[in-house]
Design a protein around this ligand. Structure first.
Ligand code: MN
Length: 727
């Protein structure tokens, strides 16, 4: 157990500097708990496993995170590697600690099967998205840093996998969170395993020049600090050789030998306030020659990752250029620890802060992002705080990025339109999920397909979240459902014409139609209807484009007619609605609502003149209506009907609900409707095979909006798979 207890005692000392006795005793408990939980495990280097979580906790404490984070770091592998559970950790150390540990565990379980560049950015984003709490990412980075420090004990395969992941995912995350110190170490450790020869070449080269380097660093350092002391500026000066990966990049990016890489050296001057930063800059430029164009003021314009400093490159006595960074102590902490430093300052100032406050500065940070690379990333960081994207896995482990609120249908279409079109169901995390199931970060989604599937349903257009899926569904309707599209398109086109005070006959006149078709670039009117039906063109756009042509034609016709006929007739009186509906051309006729499709206000509707029973009102997507249009004896009996405002009544409508049968399902449906004050008129359940049932409900709703919210509410009931309206 060499050194474990000494290291732990030192950790306590570090924590004691910013924390209470109560925290220390929780810390000790966590250390003992983790040590006991991992007691059967050994690290590959032969040390007891506890040395790893302890090291992660030391790194987290060095970042200055709160005690909960340090405790969570001690426990970070307990759920993954031992029998510990969220509940147990929560009981002993509180819900926050348990949530963080669980968050880290989730990230640990992410497997990186894909190594494509495009996937890397998605993985970075997903890690950020999955980590509800920024502390989860910071602990994961600490975990990875220690694993990289001890990578020599792993197999060569594991070394190269971990090193690549670190270079591609964790170092960029550290960079974007402004954690320069950790980013450098991660990069140097990665390149050591990714290109051991290149690494060694630089390392050896630097060793050879060690004496020369050291005397150069010392002489410059002395020059600067003497000068500042003479001018009574309180300061600390550090000189260093740039880190290996940054030299590596210069050599390989610019194809240079180590001896040709000029700016190997960097100096840092740290002072107490911003005024001194600029004073120091003045002195530096007086004792050395500044290289024009190399001065950068990141104090007045901080980098997107919050980094602030003055940078200048100057030439020393013997013609060697070097960079000087000038900053205050606070800027220095932020440069080293980035987000974590802000965390610390915020905690220090206000003690206990709410989540809202904790994230306020991240939000400000996001708003100030300017470079697009960082923009993308922080877009992803926003996810848990702003929720606009979701990341899920294919069964193969590829990450798919979808808009927040996306469903299995969006997922299916994002894989391939053929998958979406043949989709018959979905499995999310091993369980059957309804089509409108809202996907969560990290879900594993599998799409069930069948060659004989009927294809997408029009309802899907209202369920999907991504424009991509919507377009692909429309494409399908365009190709597969031409007849239906023509009917649908015709209805919306006519409705739009009516709104503009025209009729279809105004368009189909032989002096108008060719002009209209030419203008809209369709060979026939049916082609245009089809386009409107599948959504390739909106009826509104079509009518707007041809409005002027029709108006001219109609005006010419009216004039002809006026000249041929008696004076204008008086305007027709407004029709009175019956049951909230007016029938065009008929006053006060008997109106009834079709039982096949049970329309409610808000539904697009059409009326059928029955023989002797008045006008029967159908939804314009009712199958009976669509069938009837093909029957020449009936097609002419359809009339336009309209909902009138102020229909102050409830309307009967029918739903058909498909569900997996379970005890209490019917009661749940009934009480959900009851809670929404929706009256049920009839209720019938029928067994299907495969443990499923359909429930037919006849109920009263005020209008389409009320109906849609009822359906949405019902879909949240466990077991319900599909809800369709009758007709
Ligand atoms: Mn670990």
């Amino acid at each position: 157990m060499d050194g474990i207890f000494e290291r732990y005692a030192h950790l306590e000392d570090v924590i004691r500097e910013y924390s209470s006795e109560a925290d220390i005793s929780r810390l000790r408990e966590a250390f003992e708990y983790s040590r006991a939980a991992h007691r059967e495990q050994m690290r590959n280097d032969g040390s007891p496993f506890i040395s790893h979580p302890l090291a992660a906790a030391e790194i987290v404490a060095e970042m200055g995170l709160d005690v909960d984070s340090v405790i969570a770091a001690l426990l970070h592998d307990c759920i993954e590697d031992t029998g510990a559970t969220h509940a147990e950790i929560s009981g002993m150390f509180g819900g926050d600690v348990a949530d963080i540990v669980e968050g880290v565990t989730k990230l640990t379980r992410v497997t990186y099967t894909s190594k494509e560049e495009e996937q890397m950015e998605n993985l970075r984003k997903m890690l950020m998205a999955m980590a509800r709490d920024i502390r989860v990412i910071l602990i994961k980075i600490a975990d990875r840093l220690h694993n990289m420090r001890t990578l020599e004990y792993q197999s060569t395969t594991k070394q190269s996998i971990k090193a690549l992941e670190t270079m591609e995912i964790y170092a960029p995350i550290a960079h974007r969170l402004g954690m320069q110190k950790i980013k450098w170490e991660l990069e140097d450790l990665s390149i050591l395993y990714l290109d051991p020869i290149g690494y060694k070449e630089i390392e050896d080269g630097l060793k050879e020049r060690r004496l020369k380097n050291e005397s150069f660093l010392n002489s410059i350092q002395t020059k600067i600090s003497d000068r500042l002391k003479d001018n009574s500026i309180d300061n600390a000066v550090y000189g260093r050789i740039k880190h290996i990966y940054s030299i590596y990049r210069k050599m390989y990016g610019q194809n240079k030998e180590l001896s040709e890489v000029m700016d190997l050296y960097a100096f840092r001057v740290i002072v107490n306030d911003i005024a001194d930063c600029y004073n120091v800059l003045g002195h530096i430029h007086e004792i050395f020659h500044p290289i024009p164009g190399r001065f950068k003021d990141y104090i007045s314009t901080p980098k997107p990752n919050m980094y602030r400093s003055l940078h200048t490159t100057v030439i020393g006595g013997d013609g060697v250029p070097f960079e000087v960074q000038i900053r205050t102590w606070e800027m220095h902490h932020v440069a080293e620890y980035g987000v974590a430093a802000h965390w610390k300052y915020k905690q220090g100032i206000t003690g206990k802060v709410s989540d809202e406050e904790k994230f306020a500065w991240i939000r400000r940070l996001l708003e100030s992002q300017q470079d697009s690379d960082a923009q993308d990333f922080f877009q992803a960081l926003k996810i848990d705080m702003f929720a606009d994207e979701v990341f899920v896995f294919t069964p193969r482990g590829d990450v798919i990025n979808l808009p927040a609120g996306a469903t299995p249908i969006d997922f299916a279409y994002s894989i391939h339109s053929a998958i979406g079109n043949r989709m018959t169901g979905a499995i999310v995390n091993g369980r059957i999920a309804p089509y409108n199931h809202i996907l969560q970060n990290g879900d594993i989604v599998e799409v069930l397909t069948a060659g004989a599937s009927k294809g997408p349903s029009r309802d899907w257009l209202g369920i999907v979240k991504s424009p991509e899926a919507r377009n692909k569904i429309r494409q399908w309707f365009k190709k597969e459902k031409r007849e239906e599209n023509v009917v649908h398109g015709r209805i919306s086109f006519e409705a739009e014409l009516r709104r503009a005070n025209f009729q279809l006959q105004d368009v189909t006149r032989e002096d108008v139609l060719p002009r209209v078709l030419k203008k809209l670039a369709f060979p026939t009117l049916d082609d245009m209807f089809a386009a409107i039906g599948y959504g390739g063109l909106t009826a509104q756009k079509a009518v707007n484009r041809i409005r002027e042509d029709i108006r001219q034609a109609v005006r010419a016709k009216d004039k002809d007619e006026r000249e041929a006929r008696a004076p204008e007739s008086a305007p027709r009186p407004k029709r009175k609605p019956v049951l909230g509906v007016t029938v065009e051309g008929i006053d006060n006729c008997l109106v009834k609502f079709a039982r096949c499709c049970t329309p409610v206000p808000g539904d697009p509707i059409i009326g059928f003149i029955t023989r002797g029973y008045g006008v029967s009102v159908h939804r314009d997507d009712c199958v009976n209506y669509i069938k009837s249009l093909k029957n020449p004896a009936e097609a002419g009996r359809w009339v336009r009907v309209n909902w009138e405002n102020g229909a102050d009544d409830n309307y009967q409508t029918a739903l058909s609900i498909t569900a997996s049968d379970r005890a209490g399902l019917v009661v749940d449906i009934a009480s959900a409707l009851n809670a929404m004050k929706i009256r049920m008129l009839s209720f019938a359940a029928k067994d299907l095979d495969g443990g499923r049932i359909t429930v037919s409900v006849m109920m009263e709703v005020r209008d389409r909006d009320a109906l849609i919210s009822a359906i949405t509410r019902l879909m949240t009931i466990t077991g319900i798979r599909d809800i369709r309206r009758a007709g």
